[in-house]
Design a protein around this ligand. Structure first.
Ligand code: ZN
Length: 303
């Protein structure tokens, strides 16, 4: 029997999974990412994939989600917030570390989109737009359960487009690691939310603490959250105008804020060209596991 092996190569942890073709999880292993050390990361990705496979007792097909994407012509990594991957031949190096085994490699947000489309919150929906609201804002598109990448592997790089409909206080915006200013993720990542609160209060606290204040009636926390929702709605309204996906699925730490699912749809409808906005906006079903499950599902067409 064949098992599906997924590896989620994240900025803080690397996780491997062996999964049966029906989605049943057999083995799961997780280690801290040797951040900043590219060679050690490659070695760990390969070792964890092989260990998951060995412990499953079966032969596996290996899929890997990376925090970035590769140039489809050269195979060189680009757009990575784990900047030590930039300029590296990631796929080639992982294949070499695996002794020449064939791998499939996709952006981590595309893995989230696939995972949620296949057996998660987006199941039954043909075009799924999935957003990671974490330390950054990754996004991925799955069509019929498969990641859609495009000729530049740039589909879903929504987080590094400028915040739409900016007011004067939002121009030019803060610098982003990608070299531009005022990217969507500088406003609507978890970090962006915390920064916005700190800008107005001088207090740097975590998102759940800001939300606790908001729920207790703190006016500033409420205003900061309302603006967060508004900025996220502006960004997603452009996606609705362009792609009109069948569903929006939210993952990452900020997706745990229940108020988002009440407030967002109305705000998105305020900004879309059409006043009609029927699209569901839902929380990812598999949570943190979607990345590693989506990586394993990269071989779904072979099983
Ligand atoms: Zn950027």
């Amino acid at each position: 029997m064949t098992v599906l092996i997924g590896v989620d190569w994240g900025g803080t942890k690397i996780e491997a999974l062996a999964m049966r073709p029906d989605g049943t999880e057999l083995v799961r292993i997780r280690k801290d990412t040797p951040a900043g050390d590219y060679e050690a990361c490659v070695r760990m990705v390969a070792d964890l994939a092989l260990e998951a496979e060995a412990r499953s007792g079966e032969t596996g097909l290996i899929g890997i989600g990376i925090p970035g994407s590769v140039d489809p012509r050269t195979g060189i990594a680009k757009g990575c917030n784990s900047t030590w991957l930039l300029g590296r031949h990631v796929e080639q190096d992982v294949v070499a570390a695996l002794g020449g085994r064939e791998v499939r490699l996709e952006n981590d947000a595309d893995c989230l989109a696939s995972s949620e489309a296949i057996d998660g919150a987006g199941a039954g929906h043909r075009v799924v737009f999935a957003v990671i609201l974490g330390t950054g804002n990754g996004a991925g598109i799955a069509i019929d359960g498969r990641p859609h990448s495009g000729p530049n592997n740039s589909a879903g790089e929504w987080g590094h487009s400028p915040l739409p409909y900016p007011d004067l206080t939002e121009i030019p915006g803060t610098p982003c690691y990608c070299g531009k200013h005022g990217c969507q993720e500088t406003w609507t990542s978890g970090t962006g939310f915390q920064n916005d609160y700190a800008r107005h209060t001088g207090r740097r606290i975590k998102s759940p603490e800001i939300m606790a204040l908001n729920r207790n009636g703190d006016r500033l926390a409420k205003l900061v959250f309302e603006r967060y929702v508004d900025r996220l709605a502006r960004g997603l309204s452009v996606v609705a105008n362009t792609l009109d996906p069948d569903i929006f699925v939210l993952g990452g730490g900020m997706s745990n804020i229940d108020e988002l699912y009440v407030d967002l749809p109305e705000r998105i409808a305020h900004y879309t060209f059409s006043p009609v906005f029927y699209t569901p906006v839902v929380k990812a079903k598999h949570g943190d596991s979607s990345g590693v499950r989506g990586a394993a599902w990269l071989w779904k067409d072979r099983i």
